[in-house]
Design a binder for this molecule. Sequence first.
Ligand code: NAD
Length: 377
Amino acid sequence: MKIAVVRETAPGETRVAATPETVKKFIGLGAEVAVEAGSGESASVSDADYKAAGASVSPRAKTLDGADLILCIDGPDADGLKGAKPGAILVGALDPFRRREKIDGYASAGLEALAMEWMPRITRAQSMDVLSSQSNLGGYKAVVDAAAAYGRAFPMMMTAAGTVSPAKVFVMGVGVAGLQAIATARRLGAQVSATDVRSATKEQIQSVGAKPIFVENVAGIEGEGAGGYATEMSEEYQKAQAHLVSGHIAKQDIVITTALIPGRPAPKLISDAQVATMRPGSVIVDMAADAGGNVEGTVPGDRITKHGVTIIGAANLARTLPADASALFARNLYNFLSAFWDKEQGRVVLPDDDEIVKGVRLTQDGKVVNERLTAAS
Ligand code: NAD
């Protein structure tokens, strides 16, 4: 089986879908690995490192020539993948809902496209979950960026010149990114509080040393919620939550928002009037910026100041940590593909009835086959 690793071309992309570590592991399974020249440059991996791991390094056409499997981060256009074998598997973060025309292109080109973001949230697939691995790094980076933009210190400092009080950090949305944001803010010495709609997160917030701030009078989502996902909340809940936020946010220096609802725009959690109650110099990092934002006025990929408060519209923060983000993404890909490796045939075999395969497979035999896409069209 020939595995091709393509150089990313999407604007702002810094990551690479394979590292020397995963190249070696794929070769260990019996695969041949070809890497497009320059693929790892922005993630601090040189062509020589790939060669030392046993890969061949060449321009794109030669890399793709006869490939059975193509690894990528962002899905390239099908036109850019010519030369691979008919029916070749393309696997990466293909963003199926927002890049539908690309998915149709893969079907027409006869590629079997697999979207890693649609990995089911089941225990068996945890080590294959790119959303978790990248959100975890994003949660860390959101706090680091907030600290850099904040004109005060995070930890309490008792100095000869007087005491510096600790920063108060509020994390809204305690999934993978939010939990890492809490942990990072705590490591920097901040006083941290956090909220979510899923009741199971209360204990998780406490376990990482933060204070849970929850809507008490209206029921939220019981336990973890289906698959760990939130749904849109009732109007009554939203009102109670807005009231809770109004009472809490004016006392906060840093707010990190991460709240997402699958397949829907991000819930609006902070209004302009609430931003205006924060003290000048405060910082908000809106990690949901790409999904419409949790904060009124957020500009994705940009930093604005409103009422003296800096609002950072954080877009794809994992890209700002290319070496670690690539290492984790590449391991997710390896964990996934090696789980379906048939030793006798020396290739990946994807059974139609497997829950993981059903979740990630978008196209096959010239058609779009994933129910989430066929139902949407
Ligand atoms: P996510 O990115 O979908 O959402 C982020 C957080 O925002 C969630 O905790 C959600 O409840 C919260 N949220 C949504 N609406 C909100 C609102 N109005 N107000 C406040 N918060 C709101 O979530 P995620 O980080 O991908 O993961 C969520 C859960 O799923 C976690 O418990 C995680 O451990 C679990 N998970 C499990 C697996 C697995 O088992 N393979 C994989 C990934 C995640």
